[in-house]
Design a protein around this ligand. Structure first.
Ligand code: AMP
Ligand code: MG
Length: 332
């Protein structure tokens, strides 16, 4: 199969609709990362997502719908705080996990009685979802465990020959995956941090918990237990107050002939003054938006990425730290 990157227009949307209605997969842009979409009502199509990505069978998928879709067709028992959150943050990078009506393929939620639903704000995603008028199950459009894609080219690098079309919506502006929020309890509870932060949610809902998996406790979001977001090269991660040690590691690895790069924000890059830098930018938004692109750039040029964590670790940096820690989870 030849994979084509196509602009989003009437012609490509008609082609994409044909593929999705025929039980196939199409990659599409969102404001967080690119998604690999299938008709959520079609069990065979949803199973194909797992096969193409090599995704573990117990890691459930998020269903994406357009902004006028009535989500009560898919889920029930929506608490009033979730309605307030939807009013404030949707369309946007917030996924909420509700009680499922069981309308979509059971493979979407891996047999759980809940369903994760997202309404992306990206204009291309909205056009695609509106054109299909179907709930679209979609994980990130990368090979499982690899770095998530933030451009059509990233998707092509992972899935070339495996899907017919990649709808090109430019670079994803958010850069890290949506916040996943469990709204089945009395209070909202973050299962995966992202661009909609704990503080933002608490301001609207009154309070917000963050689920921290403990040993022996059943994970509430199965995706939490997997290694993720990893570049295909060796990695090291240093905290912000260990810049000197990071530089020493860089110099000693370089002296051994290892092609090492340091990944850090622009202020840190200035202090270091070394040659091989993967600079994440200055502001929190820039750092989140460039993280995955820089990890992918890094794996192309480096044998070793030495990452230095950002100084600030709350707000959206909590999501960045979560991804960075997982990306640097060990040697490949
Ligand atoms: P990805 O598709 O790779 O962005 O991952 C989707 C994330 O949403 C994973 O962390 C899943 O575990 C989580 N998720 C999806 N559906 C559910 C659900 N029904 N309950 C809890 N977490 C979910
Ligand atoms: Mg993913």
């Amino acid at each position: 199969m030849k994979t084509q990157i196509v602009e989003i227009n009437e012609k490509s949307l008609a082609l994409a609709k044909n593929v999705i209605e025929g039980g196939g997969l199409v990659a599409f842009p969102t404001e967080t990362v690119y998604g690999l979409g299938a008709n959520a009502f079609c069990d065979d199509a949803v199973k194909q997502i797992y096969a193409v990505k090599g995704r573990p069978q117990d890691n459930p998928l998020i269903v994406h719908v357009h902004k006028d879709y009535d989500i009560e067709r898919l889920v029930c028992d929506i608490p009033s705080y979730a309605k307030k959150l939807a009013e404030k943050f949707l369309p946007g990078p917030l996924t909420m996990v509700y009680k499922s009506r069981g309308a979509v393929s059971p493979t979407v939620s891996c047999g759980l009685d809940t369903l994760a639903v997202r309404i992306p704000s990206h204009e291309g995603a909205q056009r695609f979802l509106k054109y299909l008028d179907l709930p679209i199950a979609a994980p990130s459009a990368n090979i499982s465990k690899h770095v998530s894609p933030t451009s059509a080219e990233h998707v092509l690098a992972d899935l070339n020959g495996k899907i017919p079309y990649i709808l090109d919506g430019g670079a994803s502006r958010g850069g890290i995956e949506s916040t996943v929020l469990d709204v089945t309890g009395e209070k909202p509870c973050i299962l995966r941090s992202g661009l909609i932060t704990k503080e933002m949610i608490a301001e609207v809902a009154g309070s917000c918990d963050v689920f921290i998996p403990k040993e022996g406790v059943k994970v509430r979001s199965p995706g939490m237990k997997y290694k993720h977001y990893s570049p295909n090269c060796c990695t090291m991660l240093f905290p912000f107050d260990r810049i000197e040690q990071a530089k020493e590691a860089y110099l000693s690895e370089t002296a051994k002939g290892v092609n090492a790069y340091i990944m850090c924000d622009s202020a840190c890059a200035e202090v270091l003054g070394v040659k091989n830098i993967l600079c994440l930018g200055k502001t929190e938004e820039e750092i989140a938006a460039s993280l995955y692109g820089k990890l992918r750039e890094g794996e192309q040029v480096a044998e070793l990425i030495i990452a230095i964590a950002p100084e600030k670790q709350d707000g959206i940096m909590a999501g960045v730290m979560n991804r960075l820690t997982k990306a640097c989870g060990g040697k490949q």
